[in-house]
Design a protein around this ligand. Structure first.
Ligand code: GLV
Ligand code: MN
Ligand code: MN
Length: 409
Protein backbone atom coordinates (compact mmCIF):
# COMPACT_ATOMS: atom_id res chain seq x y z
CA UNK A 1 0.00 0.00 0.00
CA UNK A 2 2.83 2.40 0.80
CA UNK A 3 4.28 2.09 -2.71
CA UNK A 4 1.02 3.00 -4.48
CA UNK A 5 0.35 5.88 -2.08
CA UNK A 6 3.93 7.12 -2.50
CA UNK A 7 3.37 7.28 -6.28
CA UNK A 8 0.19 9.31 -5.66
CA UNK A 9 2.04 11.64 -3.28
CA UNK A 10 4.67 12.41 -5.92
CA UNK A 11 2.04 12.86 -8.66
CA UNK A 12 0.07 15.24 -6.43
CA UNK A 13 3.15 17.35 -5.65
CA UNK A 14 3.85 17.57 -9.38
CA UNK A 15 0.24 18.55 -10.02
CA UNK A 16 0.45 21.33 -7.38
CA UNK A 17 3.69 22.51 -9.02
CA UNK A 18 1.64 23.43 -12.10
CA UNK A 19 -0.30 25.96 -9.97
CA UNK A 20 2.08 28.84 -10.58
CA UNK A 21 2.16 32.63 -10.73
CA UNK A 22 4.58 32.34 -13.67
CA UNK A 23 3.83 30.09 -16.65
CA UNK A 24 6.59 27.55 -17.29
CA UNK A 25 7.96 27.75 -13.73
CA UNK A 26 6.78 26.92 -10.22
CA UNK A 27 6.43 30.20 -8.34
CA UNK A 28 3.60 30.44 -5.82
CA UNK A 29 3.51 33.39 -3.46
CA UNK A 30 1.28 34.39 -0.56
CA UNK A 31 -2.40 34.25 -1.52
CA UNK A 32 -1.81 34.58 -5.27
CA UNK A 33 -4.35 33.19 -7.78
CA UNK A 34 -2.05 30.14 -8.09
CA UNK A 35 -2.46 29.55 -4.34
CA UNK A 36 -6.23 29.49 -4.83
CA UNK A 37 -5.78 26.81 -7.51
CA UNK A 38 -3.51 24.80 -5.14
CA UNK A 39 -6.19 25.08 -2.43
CA UNK A 40 -8.83 23.74 -4.83
CA UNK A 41 -6.75 20.61 -5.53
CA UNK A 42 -5.87 20.00 -1.90
CA UNK A 43 -9.37 20.61 -0.72
CA UNK A 44 -10.67 17.94 -3.11
CA UNK A 45 -8.08 15.41 -1.89
CA UNK A 46 -8.80 16.23 1.76
CA UNK A 47 -12.57 15.89 1.32
CA UNK A 48 -12.20 12.57 -0.48
CA UNK A 49 -10.09 11.41 2.47
CA UNK A 50 -13.00 12.23 4.81
CA UNK A 51 -11.69 15.50 6.20
CA UNK A 52 -13.61 18.72 6.80
CA UNK A 53 -11.80 21.59 5.11
CA UNK A 54 -11.50 25.29 5.89
CA UNK A 55 -9.16 28.17 5.11
CA UNK A 56 -8.27 30.37 8.08
CA UNK A 57 -7.87 34.15 7.90
CA UNK A 58 -4.13 33.87 7.28
CA UNK A 59 -4.82 31.72 4.22
CA UNK A 60 -3.78 28.40 5.76
CA UNK A 61 -5.78 25.49 4.34
CA UNK A 62 -6.81 23.12 7.16
CA UNK A 63 -8.30 19.65 6.80
CA UNK A 64 -9.51 17.90 9.95
CA UNK A 65 -10.17 14.19 10.33
CA UNK A 66 -12.28 13.79 13.44
CA UNK A 67 -11.23 11.02 15.78
CA UNK A 68 -13.31 8.53 17.69
CA UNK A 69 -14.15 10.81 20.61
CA UNK A 70 -15.80 14.23 20.47
CA UNK A 71 -13.56 16.97 21.90
CA UNK A 72 -10.44 14.86 21.37
CA UNK A 73 -7.07 16.57 21.08
CA UNK A 74 -5.48 17.17 17.70
CA UNK A 75 -2.24 16.06 16.07
CA UNK A 76 -1.14 18.57 13.41
CA UNK A 77 0.72 17.43 10.31
CA UNK A 78 1.79 20.12 7.88
CA UNK A 79 4.18 22.23 5.89
CA UNK A 80 3.94 25.19 3.52
CA UNK A 81 2.34 25.66 0.10
CA UNK A 82 4.16 28.80 -1.03
CA UNK A 83 7.42 28.48 -2.95
CA UNK A 84 10.55 30.37 -3.83
CA UNK A 85 10.70 31.74 -7.41
CA UNK A 86 11.34 28.97 -9.97
CA UNK A 87 11.01 26.30 -7.30
CA UNK A 88 10.84 22.54 -7.41
CA UNK A 89 7.71 20.55 -6.60
CA UNK A 90 8.53 19.21 -3.13
CA UNK A 91 9.85 21.88 -0.74
CA UNK A 92 6.73 22.39 1.37
CA UNK A 93 3.93 20.66 -0.60
CA UNK A 94 5.44 17.22 0.13
CA UNK A 95 4.73 17.61 3.85
CA UNK A 96 1.13 18.66 3.22
CA UNK A 97 0.42 15.92 0.69
CA UNK A 98 2.03 13.28 2.96
CA UNK A 99 -0.31 14.50 5.72
CA UNK A 100 -3.32 13.75 3.50
CA UNK A 101 -1.83 10.37 2.51
CA UNK A 102 -1.40 9.43 6.20
CA UNK A 103 -5.13 9.99 6.65
CA UNK A 104 -5.91 7.93 3.53
CA UNK A 105 -3.63 5.21 4.83
CA UNK A 106 -5.90 4.79 7.87
CA UNK A 107 -8.58 3.45 5.49
CA UNK A 108 -11.38 4.56 7.75
CA UNK A 109 -9.77 3.37 11.00
CA UNK A 110 -10.58 5.90 13.74
CA UNK A 111 -7.99 7.23 16.16
CA UNK A 112 -8.45 8.51 19.71
CA UNK A 113 -7.41 11.96 18.47
CA UNK A 114 -8.14 14.30 15.56
CA UNK A 115 -5.62 14.67 12.74
CA UNK A 116 -5.37 18.14 11.22
CA UNK A 117 -3.41 18.60 8.01
CA UNK A 118 -2.32 22.21 7.45
CA UNK A 119 -0.96 23.73 4.25
CA UNK A 120 0.63 26.95 5.50
CA UNK A 121 0.06 29.94 3.27
CA UNK A 122 3.56 31.36 3.53
CA UNK A 123 6.95 30.22 4.79
CA UNK A 124 9.54 31.42 2.27
CA UNK A 125 9.29 35.20 2.78
CA UNK A 126 9.25 35.89 -0.97
CA UNK A 127 6.38 38.36 -1.31
CA UNK A 128 6.78 40.42 1.89
CA UNK A 129 10.38 39.72 2.91
CA UNK A 130 8.76 38.24 6.03
CA UNK A 131 8.85 34.44 6.31
CA UNK A 132 6.47 32.16 8.24
CA UNK A 133 3.30 34.26 7.83
CA UNK A 134 1.05 31.17 8.00
CA UNK A 135 2.68 29.45 10.97
CA UNK A 136 3.01 32.74 12.88
CA UNK A 137 -0.76 33.15 12.57
CA UNK A 138 -1.31 29.62 13.89
CA UNK A 139 0.52 30.47 17.13
CA UNK A 140 -0.97 33.96 17.52
CA UNK A 141 2.16 35.83 16.45
CA UNK A 142 0.87 37.56 13.30
CA UNK A 143 0.08 40.81 15.09
CA UNK A 144 -1.37 44.10 13.81
CA UNK A 145 2.09 45.58 13.15
CA UNK A 146 3.21 42.60 11.06
CA UNK A 147 -0.08 42.66 9.14
CA UNK A 148 0.93 46.12 7.89
CA UNK A 149 4.15 44.76 6.25
CA UNK A 150 4.07 45.73 2.57
CA UNK A 151 5.18 43.95 -0.59
CA UNK A 152 7.11 45.61 -3.45
CA UNK A 153 3.85 46.94 -4.91
CA UNK A 154 2.91 48.56 -1.57
CA UNK A 155 0.14 46.05 -0.74
CA UNK A 156 -0.04 45.14 2.96
CA UNK A 157 -0.52 41.60 4.24
CA UNK A 158 -3.97 42.70 5.53
CA UNK A 159 -4.93 43.91 2.07
CA UNK A 160 -3.64 40.71 0.43
CA UNK A 161 -5.82 38.75 2.86
CA UNK A 162 -8.86 40.90 1.94
CA UNK A 163 -8.07 40.56 -1.78
CA UNK A 164 -8.19 36.77 -1.35
CA UNK A 165 -11.69 37.10 0.15
CA UNK A 166 -10.64 36.56 3.77
CA UNK A 167 -11.03 38.81 6.81
CA UNK A 168 -7.74 39.96 8.44
CA UNK A 169 -9.56 40.86 11.68
CA UNK A 170 -10.09 37.10 12.15
CA UNK A 171 -6.37 36.21 12.05
CA UNK A 172 -6.50 36.12 15.86
CA UNK A 173 -8.89 33.13 15.62
CA UNK A 174 -6.35 30.94 13.75
CA UNK A 175 -4.69 29.38 16.86
CA UNK A 176 -6.09 26.20 18.41
CA UNK A 177 -8.16 26.73 21.54
CA UNK A 178 -6.41 23.74 23.14
CA UNK A 179 -2.71 22.94 22.76
CA UNK A 180 -2.28 20.28 20.07
CA UNK A 181 -0.76 16.90 20.93
CA UNK A 182 2.04 17.77 18.58
CA UNK A 183 3.18 18.95 15.16
CA UNK A 184 4.86 16.70 12.62
CA UNK A 185 6.49 18.05 9.48
CA UNK A 186 7.72 15.80 6.67
CA UNK A 187 10.17 17.67 4.43
CA UNK A 188 12.96 17.04 1.97
CA UNK A 189 16.40 17.61 3.50
CA UNK A 190 17.28 20.15 0.79
CA UNK A 191 20.99 19.38 1.15
CA UNK A 192 23.40 16.56 0.27
CA UNK A 193 23.96 14.89 3.67
CA UNK A 194 21.53 11.96 3.43
CA UNK A 195 22.13 11.36 -0.28
CA UNK A 196 25.89 11.26 0.22
CA UNK A 197 25.51 8.81 3.11
CA UNK A 198 23.04 6.64 1.17
CA UNK A 199 20.46 7.08 3.95
CA UNK A 200 16.79 7.58 3.07
CA UNK A 201 15.47 9.40 6.17
CA UNK A 202 16.60 11.44 9.17
CA UNK A 203 14.85 12.64 12.28
CA UNK A 204 15.47 16.35 12.81
CA UNK A 205 16.47 17.19 16.38
CA UNK A 206 17.27 20.89 15.86
CA UNK A 207 16.72 23.68 13.33
CA UNK A 208 19.53 26.18 12.84
CA UNK A 209 18.93 29.87 13.52
CA UNK A 210 18.99 32.54 10.88
CA UNK A 211 19.55 36.27 10.54
CA UNK A 212 18.09 38.11 7.55
CA UNK A 213 18.83 41.77 6.89
CA UNK A 214 18.51 44.39 4.16
CA UNK A 215 21.84 46.17 3.81
CA UNK A 216 21.78 49.37 1.75
CA UNK A 217 24.79 51.41 0.67
CA UNK A 218 23.67 54.97 -0.08
CA UNK A 219 25.87 57.15 -2.29
CA UNK A 220 25.23 59.88 -4.82
CA UNK A 221 23.91 59.41 -8.36
CA UNK A 222 25.89 61.07 -11.14
CA UNK A 223 26.81 61.05 -14.81
CA UNK A 224 28.71 57.96 -15.96
CA UNK A 225 30.65 59.89 -18.61
CA UNK A 226 31.58 63.08 -16.83
CA UNK A 227 32.15 62.25 -13.14
CA UNK A 228 35.85 61.53 -12.50
CA UNK A 229 36.55 58.30 -10.67
CA UNK A 230 37.94 60.10 -7.61
CA UNK A 231 34.78 62.22 -7.26
CA UNK A 232 32.30 59.35 -7.15
CA UNK A 233 30.30 58.02 -4.24
CA UNK A 234 29.20 54.87 -6.02
CA UNK A 235 26.89 52.59 -4.03
CA UNK A 236 27.55 49.54 -6.21
CA UNK A 237 31.34 49.88 -6.02
CA UNK A 238 31.12 50.00 -2.19
CA UNK A 239 28.71 47.06 -2.11
CA UNK A 240 31.04 44.99 -4.30
CA UNK A 241 33.86 45.27 -1.73
CA UNK A 242 31.52 44.16 1.05
CA UNK A 243 30.03 41.29 -0.97
CA UNK A 244 33.48 39.75 -1.31
CA UNK A 245 34.02 40.13 2.46
CA UNK A 246 30.75 38.31 3.18
CA UNK A 247 31.81 35.30 1.15
CA UNK A 248 35.30 35.29 2.62
CA UNK A 249 34.07 35.40 6.23
CA UNK A 250 31.68 32.50 5.58
CA UNK A 251 34.37 30.46 3.82
CA UNK A 252 36.83 30.78 6.70
CA UNK A 253 34.31 30.31 9.54
CA UNK A 254 33.49 26.69 10.28
CA UNK A 255 29.74 25.98 9.93
CA UNK A 256 28.84 29.50 8.76
CA UNK A 257 26.81 30.04 5.58
CA UNK A 258 26.07 33.51 4.24
CA UNK A 259 24.05 34.40 1.16
CA UNK A 260 23.47 37.67 -0.68
CA UNK A 261 20.77 36.47 -3.06
CA UNK A 262 19.07 39.70 -4.04
CA UNK A 263 20.55 43.03 -5.10
CA UNK A 264 18.48 46.08 -6.02
CA UNK A 265 20.26 49.07 -7.55
CA UNK A 266 18.68 52.52 -7.89
CA UNK A 267 18.20 54.35 -10.12
CA UNK A 268 19.43 51.31 -12.05
CA UNK A 269 20.49 52.74 -15.42
CA UNK A 270 23.60 51.87 -17.43
CA UNK A 271 24.80 55.48 -17.64
CA UNK A 272 24.04 56.58 -14.07
CA UNK A 273 26.34 56.04 -11.07
CA UNK A 274 24.36 54.00 -8.54
CA UNK A 275 22.86 56.03 -5.69
CA UNK A 276 21.54 53.08 -3.70
CA UNK A 277 22.47 49.42 -3.62
CA UNK A 278 20.31 47.21 -1.39
CA UNK A 279 21.54 43.71 -0.68
CA UNK A 280 19.69 40.90 1.08
CA UNK A 281 21.88 39.17 3.66
CA UNK A 282 21.04 35.68 5.00
CA UNK A 283 23.36 34.24 7.67
CA UNK A 284 23.02 30.85 9.37
CA UNK A 285 25.03 28.74 11.81
CA UNK A 286 24.32 25.82 14.15
CA UNK A 287 25.34 28.01 17.13
CA UNK A 288 23.41 31.25 17.72
CA UNK A 289 26.44 32.95 19.23
CA UNK A 290 28.62 32.24 16.20
CA UNK A 291 25.85 33.60 13.97
CA UNK A 292 25.53 36.82 16.01
CA UNK A 293 29.30 37.31 16.04
CA UNK A 294 29.45 36.92 12.26
CA UNK A 295 26.53 39.32 11.71
CA UNK A 296 28.15 41.93 13.98
CA UNK A 297 31.43 41.60 12.06
CA UNK A 298 29.64 42.00 8.72
CA UNK A 299 27.75 45.06 9.92
CA UNK A 300 30.86 46.80 11.23
CA UNK A 301 32.73 45.97 7.99
CA UNK A 302 29.85 47.45 5.92
CA UNK A 303 29.89 50.62 8.06
CA UNK A 304 33.65 50.95 7.67
CA UNK A 305 33.47 50.58 3.86
CA UNK A 306 30.67 53.17 3.69
CA UNK A 307 32.54 55.63 5.93
CA UNK A 308 35.80 55.38 3.97
CA UNK A 309 33.97 56.07 0.72
CA UNK A 310 31.79 58.85 2.20
CA UNK A 311 28.61 56.87 1.76
CA UNK A 312 26.00 56.10 4.36
CA UNK A 313 24.74 52.70 5.35
CA UNK A 314 21.23 51.54 6.24
CA UNK A 315 20.98 48.21 8.07
CA UNK A 316 17.51 46.72 8.59
CA UNK A 317 17.37 43.41 10.46
CA UNK A 318 14.31 41.58 9.15
CA UNK A 319 14.70 38.32 11.05
CA UNK A 320 16.74 37.13 14.01
CA UNK A 321 15.44 33.61 14.44
CA UNK A 322 17.17 31.59 17.16
CA UNK A 323 18.07 27.94 16.61
CA UNK A 324 15.24 25.71 17.84
CA UNK A 325 15.33 22.26 19.45
CA UNK A 326 12.69 19.75 18.43
CA UNK A 327 10.62 18.01 21.11
CA UNK A 328 12.64 15.16 22.67
CA UNK A 329 9.63 12.81 23.07
CA UNK A 330 8.49 13.24 19.48
CA UNK A 331 12.07 12.86 18.26
CA UNK A 332 12.39 9.51 20.11
CA UNK A 333 9.01 8.42 18.78
CA UNK A 334 10.10 9.20 15.22
CA UNK A 335 13.39 7.36 15.80
CA UNK A 336 11.51 4.25 16.95
CA UNK A 337 9.19 4.54 13.95
CA UNK A 338 12.13 4.85 11.54
CA UNK A 339 13.69 1.73 13.07
CA UNK A 340 10.40 -0.16 12.70
CA UNK A 341 10.28 0.85 9.04
CA UNK A 342 13.66 -0.86 8.57
CA UNK A 343 15.70 2.28 7.84
CA UNK A 344 18.61 3.47 10.00
CA UNK A 345 17.47 5.94 12.68
CA UNK A 346 19.75 8.86 11.91
CA UNK A 347 19.28 12.31 13.50
CA UNK A 348 20.49 15.60 12.10
CA UNK A 349 20.13 19.36 12.44
CA UNK A 350 18.30 21.27 9.73
CA UNK A 351 20.23 23.95 7.89
CA UNK A 352 17.01 25.31 6.38
CA UNK A 353 14.26 27.08 8.31
CA UNK A 354 10.86 25.40 8.68
CA UNK A 355 7.38 26.11 10.05
CA UNK A 356 8.25 23.62 12.82
CA UNK A 357 10.58 26.22 14.39
CA UNK A 358 7.73 28.71 14.77
CA UNK A 359 5.40 26.10 16.24
CA UNK A 360 7.99 24.46 18.55
CA UNK A 361 7.74 27.00 21.41
CA UNK A 362 3.96 26.43 21.50
CA UNK A 363 3.53 22.67 21.08
CA UNK A 364 5.72 19.56 20.82
CA UNK A 365 7.16 19.64 17.28
CA UNK A 366 9.44 17.38 15.28
CA UNK A 367 10.39 16.74 11.67
CA UNK A 368 11.31 13.87 9.40
CA UNK A 369 13.67 14.57 6.51
CA UNK A 370 13.59 12.64 3.26
CA UNK A 371 16.80 12.38 1.24
CA UNK A 372 17.14 14.95 -1.57
CA UNK A 373 18.89 13.41 -4.59
CA UNK A 374 22.00 15.45 -5.38
CA UNK A 375 21.05 17.81 -2.54
CA UNK A 376 19.25 19.90 -5.18
CA UNK A 377 16.58 22.22 -3.75
CA UNK A 378 15.17 25.72 -4.31
CA UNK A 379 15.59 24.65 -7.95
CA UNK A 380 13.25 23.16 -10.56
CA UNK A 381 15.23 19.89 -10.60
CA UNK A 382 14.47 19.17 -6.92
CA UNK A 383 13.03 15.68 -6.50
CA UNK A 384 12.42 12.85 -4.09
CA UNK A 385 12.54 9.03 -4.44
CA UNK A 386 9.32 7.05 -4.44
CA UNK A 387 10.84 4.42 -2.10
CA UNK A 388 11.77 7.15 0.41
CA UNK A 389 8.23 8.54 0.34
CA UNK A 390 6.91 5.00 0.94
CA UNK A 391 9.25 4.66 3.95
CA UNK A 392 8.14 8.08 5.27
CA UNK A 393 4.50 6.95 5.03
CA UNK A 394 5.35 3.82 6.99
CA UNK A 395 7.09 5.96 9.63
CA UNK A 396 4.10 8.31 9.84
CA UNK A 397 1.77 5.33 10.27
CA UNK A 398 3.89 3.96 13.14
CA UNK A 399 3.87 7.37 14.87
CA UNK A 400 0.07 7.63 14.64
CA UNK A 401 -0.16 4.09 16.07
CA UNK A 402 2.16 4.90 18.97
CA UNK A 403 0.30 8.10 19.86
CA UNK A 404 -2.99 6.16 19.71
CA UNK A 405 -1.59 3.42 21.96
CA UNK A 406 -0.29 6.01 24.45
CA UNK A 407 -3.67 7.77 24.63
CA UNK A 408 -5.58 4.52 25.02
CA UNK A 409 -3.24 3.74 27.91
C1 GLV B 1 13.44 28.18 3.90
O1 GLV B 1 13.25 27.67 2.80
C2 GLV B 1 14.72 28.69 4.24
O2 GLV B 1 15.19 29.62 3.55
O3 GLV B 1 15.35 28.15 5.15
MN1 MN C 1 12.21 26.61 0.90
MN1 MN D 1 10.34 24.33 3.03
Amino acid sequence: MHAALARDVIARCRSLAACSDEPGFTTRTFLSPAMRAAHAELSAWMKTAGMSVSVDAAGNIRGVLTGAMPGARVLVVGSHLDTVPHAGAFDGPLGVVIGVALVEQLQGRTLPFDVEVIGFSEEEGVRFGLPFIGSRALVGELDAALLETRDAAGTSISQAIRDFGLDPSKVKDAPHSRTPLGYLEFHIEQGPVLDTAGTPLAVVDRINGRTAADVTFVGVAGHAGTTPMNARRDAVAAAAVWLRDVEELARRTDGLVATTGQIVVTPGATNVIAERCRISLDVRHGEDEARSTAVEALESRAREIARRRQLSLEWLTRLDQPGTAMDARLVSMLQRAVERSGAPAVTMASGAGHDAMILAPHMPAAMLFLRTPGGVSHHADEHVLEDDVALALAVGGHVLDEIAATLRG
